[in-house]
Every structure is written in structure tokens, then in C-alpha cells.
Design a protein around this ligand. Structure first.
Ligand code: AMP
Ligand code: MG
Length: 497
């Protein structure tokens, strides 16, 4: 197995023009490495629009050379793939060295919008950071990340994207034997809170890392003098992450493993492991088999994010002020603004979901709806579409979710709020922001099982649907309804597989 250190520059011509600014400027955080051979590589899915936007030739990606690059078995011409070092707090406990145990940063591309993105492989074989793991990934979880990240993108939520999944032809051992796969992922960067937690213990590289992150994600701040720059950087990350977690809460998304190594500096969602979308609204919902303490329950996500940002703050103190107490006071003020920022994004989003868009909505209207939805285990996604239906005089869908005798007075208050702001077009405005189709756990589960057994058709169909989340089609009706209760009661997703 060609899983070896490599300082050799790649020669595969399928992808050209890759740059390596991270590996060059932050070599202290990068180990040049090569992916494992794939015994029998087969391209399962490739994201044509994304490839085109990155200036990649889709026919070439489908060729033998292309599939070899996407499997990690060979490196693109001029590229020096690296495994990235990072640390992280996992479920609250600190691990000083995690790093890419089954992944490689292949290089960077500048897309047609001028933005630099990482091309990264997940499941590409063991690295010096594998810590006893096998370095591989299975078809099911890689297709899961592909589909959920593309659904998130279609929903307008900042996220890493998926470029391809290649089945490697290697069986890997999980609960039983599973077919192995490599996901090619595209991200604004792979800088994480955990990258800073690692760098702060390495000395000088911390400031280089912070300047690199600023130049890449918050370039306006490069103009600031150093005594202001790093606090402004922290502020910008807090703002990006507060906006992101608000979007998760508005969409019913449960990330499942919000460790600090899975919290980005860019504000994109990253690492779709044991993630899931709510059907029945329940703030306590946990889907992950490894989250025994319910740390990453749906309703805990904003608080956990703030906790992760506190870990980032700790790494920046020496850059922010040479007097420790002053540095702590400065980051604390910024961190304290998290709750207000999250609430502002969340309230604006709920206002749009309820058709009141752009106006400050009565907070009690939100709280009372959430309380009713909790009591009646109402389907999160379905309720907002049913409320728009109610405005059009179609009440059946709503009556199934929450009994009218319970909801009646809330509906009256909501309608008067709409009247107050003259929202005659509320139903259409609501349908433009409330998805009809999300990756429903039972549908995704069935599609991944079929794909693992060699039948990609259900996956392809589901992918088509969830990447058009607002486009109603009669033949997609089954995809807009929640799972049967017998499925939901026992559903779990598994991490690290
Ligand atoms: P994740 O939960 O996917 O964010 O991964 C957390 C850490 O575990 C990262 O350092 C991963 O590289 C590592 N890891 C996860 N799965 C494997 C595996 N099969 N082999 C080696 N390392 C892994
Ligand atoms: Mg991770």
C-alpha cells in the first residue's frame, strides 16, 4: 500500500493549477503525505456544476487519471498534498494532537468567483495522525456527507461542498466489512478552532496562522494595526459562527459532533458525521450514537458553539494584548455578545419563516409556537409549509400537526402580526424560505443502504430532490413527509465510520 511520506510533487494531469499557500506558509502545521492506492477505483458521483465553477473539466475528472486523483492514489501536477495538524476539544475533553487521520489537503483552487478554496480528500488512507484508526472511510458515510452538504448548500447555509465520491474497491472493517470510499470536498479552508489550539502550543506559528486566516477569510482586517487586528478577527469569527448556528436552528439541523476541530474559522459547516435533520420538533433531540451525554443535542448547539469560541479566544490572548488581564477582558466582551448576535440572526430568520420578514417579530409569538410544536411533536419542516397553506385556506396539513383547539389563539395573534405589517404576500414569501424537502433520515438511510449494496438510484433521486428544496413536484410528495414513528423512535447515526 503506497501510504508513504512524500515530498514529491504530483504529476497527474487531471487537475492543474493547484496552489499550496497553506503548506508553504504554515509548514509547521502540515506533513507532506500521499494517499493510499485504490485497488479498483470507481467514481460513484461527481458534482458537475461545482467542478465547472472551479474550472475543472468534468470529462477529465471521469477519466482514469481523474478518478485516480479523486481517490488520492496520485497527486495533481504541481501539488504537494499534506495532512494538516490540529488539536481539539472532543465532547469537552482536550486532545493536544488530532490532525488529518484519514484525510489530505491536496491544494487550493481559485474558483470563477475569485475565491480560494481547498480541495481535500477524506478517506484517503492512514497518515501520521491516524492514532490507531485505519485511515479509511466507508461508502455510506461519504455519500451521506456528499448529500447533506449539498442539501445545506441548496438551503443557503454556509457549508463545505462535495465534489465527488470514489469507491476504492477496498473493503474496510467497521461493524462488518464495508466498501471503502474517498470523498473529495471543497471548503473555504480547513482552518478550525482546533488548528489554533494546536498552533498556540507551537510558538511563533500562531501569529502566522492568524494572519493567514485573516487574509483568507476576513481580508478587510489586514488593514488594521496589529494591536486591533486579532480582536477584530475574533469578533468576525464570532459573528460568522453566530449567524451559522442560527441557520442550523432555523432548519432543524443537528450537527452531532460539534467538537472544536469541527468548528471552522470561515463560518462554514464542516464534517458531516452523525448529523441529522429534526422531524418532530424536540430541543433535546440527539441522533448520534456516541453522544451519550446529549452534549450536542439540537437545543444545545448555540451554547456549545459559544463554548467552542471561548476555546478560540484562549488561543488568541497573547496576540490581542500583552497584559493578560486586558486580553481576557477584551475577548470576554466580544464573547458576551454572542447570545445577542445569535438571537438577532435567529429572530430575523424566524420572522422570515413566519412571513413577517424584515420586521421585528414579537418574541412571544416564536416561543409560543415552539412550545406548541414541542408538546405535539410537530414536524419542524412540515409545520412552516402548513402555516403557509393555512393562509391560503388549506388547513388540513396544519390540523394533522397541531390540534386546532390548541393552536387557534396563536393563529389569531400571528394573523394580526401579519396584518400589522401588511403582509398580503406572506404565504409565497414563506414558501421561498421554508424548504419542502430536506434529507429525511429514513429516506437518507434507505438510500445509503442501497448505495452500499451497489444500487445508486435511490441516492441519485434523493440528491436531486434535496438540492431543489423549494421546488414542489407532485411525484416528490413522499419526500416531504416525516418518517413513520417506528423509524424515528430508534434512529441513530454513527460517527467515525
Ligand atoms: P471526525 O469525528 O471525523 O471529525 O474526526 C475526528 C478525528 O478522528 C480526526 O483527527 C480524524 O482524522 C480522526 N479519524 C476519524 N476516523 C478515522 C479513521 N478511520 N482513521 C484515522 N483517523 C480517523
Ligand atoms: Mg473532523
Amino acid at each position: 500500500m503506497a501510504t508513504t511520506p512524500s515530498s514529491a510533487v504530483g504529476t497527474n494531469p487531471a487537475i492543474t493549477g493547484l496552489e499550496s499557500t497553506f503548506a508553504e506558509q504554515l509548514s509547521a502545521l502540515a506533513v507532506p503525505w500521499q494517499g493510499a492506492d485504490a485497488p479498483d477505483p470507481r467514481l460513484l458521483v461527481v458534482n458537475e456544476p461545482l467542478a465547472i465553477s472551479l474550472g475543472l473539466d468534468v470529462d477529465v475528472l471521469r477519466s482514469v487519471d481523474g478518478v485516480e486523483v479523486l481517490s488520492g492514489a496520485s497527486a495533481p501536477v504541481g501539488a504537494t498534498p499534506v495532512a494538516m495538524a490540529y488539536a481539539g476539544h472532543q465532547f469537552g475533553g482536550y486532545t493536544p494532537l488530532l490532525g488529518d487521520g484519514r484525510a489530505l489537503l491536496v491544494g487550493e483552487l481559485v474558483g470563477d468567483n475569485g475565491e480560494r478554496v481547498d480541495l481535500h480528500l477524506k478517506g484517503s488512507g492512514p497518515t501520521p495522525f491516524s492514532r490507531g484508526g485505519d485511515g479509511f472511510a466507508a461508502v455510506g458515510p461519504m455519500l451521506r456527507e456528499y448529500l447533506v452538504s449539498e442539501a445545506m448548500h441548496a438551503l443557503g447555509i454556509p457549508t463545505t461542498r462535495a465534489l465527488s465520491v470514489v469507491a476504492t474497491g477496498r473493503d474496510i472493517r467497521r461493524t462488518g466489512a464495508e466498501p471503502g470510499a474517498v470523498l473529495a470536498r471543497v471548503a473555504a479552508s480547513h482552518l478550525r478552532v482546533g488548528t489554533f489550539e494546536f498552533a498556540v502550543r507551537q510558538g511563533e506559528v500562531l501569529q502566522t496562522l492568524a494572519d493567514y486566516a485573516i487574509a483568507r477569510h476576513y481580508p478587510a482586517l489586514t488593514e488594521l494595526p496589529t494591536e486591533k487586528r486579532y480582536l477584530a478577527f475574533f469578533d468576525a469569527v464570532v459573528e460568522a459562527q453566530a449567524a451559522l448556528v442560527a441557520q442550523w436552528m432555523l432548519t432543524g439541523f443537528v450537527h452531532g459532533v460539534m467538537n472544536t476541530d469541527n468548528t471552522t474559522i470561515s463560518g462554514q459547516t464542516i464534517d458531516y458525521g452523525p448529523c441529522a435533520f429534526l422531524d418532530s420538533f424536540d430541543p433535546a433531540a440527539v441522533f448520534s450514537s456516541i453522544d451519550q451525554g446529549a452534549r450536542y443535542a439540537f437545543g444545545n448547539q448555540p451554547a456549545v458553539l459559544k463554548w467552542n469560541l471561548a476555546r478560540l479566544a484562549e488561543t488568541l490572548l497573547t496576540l490581542i494584548d500583552s497584559t493578560p488581564d486586558d486580553a481576557i477582558a477584551a475577548v470576554t466582551t466580544v464573547l458576551d455578545s454572542f447570545d445577542e448576535r445569535f438571537q438577532r440572526h435567529y429572530a430575523a430568520g424566524m420572522s422570515a419563516k413566519l412571513g413577517v420578514g424584515g420586521e421585528k417579530i414579537d418574541p412571544a409569538l416564536i416561543d409560543d409556537l415552539l412550545a406548541l410544536m414541542t408538546t405535539h411533536s410537530a414536524d419542524w419542516t412540515g409545520t412552516f409549509r402548513a402555516l403557509a397553506g393555512e393562509l391560503r385556506g388549506e388547513s388540513t396539513a396544519l390540523d394533522v400537526l397541531i390540534p386546532r383547539e390548541q393552536l387557534g389563539s396563536w393563529l389569531t395573534r400571528w394573523r394580526s402580526e401579519l396584518a400589522r405589517y401588511d403582509r398580503d404576500d406572506a404565504a409565497d414569501a414563506m414558501d421561498a424560505v421554508n424548504p419542502l424537502y430536506i434529507p429525511r433520515n429514513h429516506q437518507l438511510d434507505a438510500a445509503l443502504k442501497a448505495a452500499t449494496n451497489g444500487d445508486l438510484a435511490p441516492f441519485e433521486k434523493l440528491l436531486e430532490i434535496v438540492t431543489h428544496p423549494f421546488d414542489r413536484r407532485d411525484d416528490w410528495a413522499d419526500y416531504a413527509t416525516p418518517a413513520p414513528p417506528v423509524f424515528s423512535e430508534s434512529f441513530q447515526t454513527f460517527c467515525g465510520t
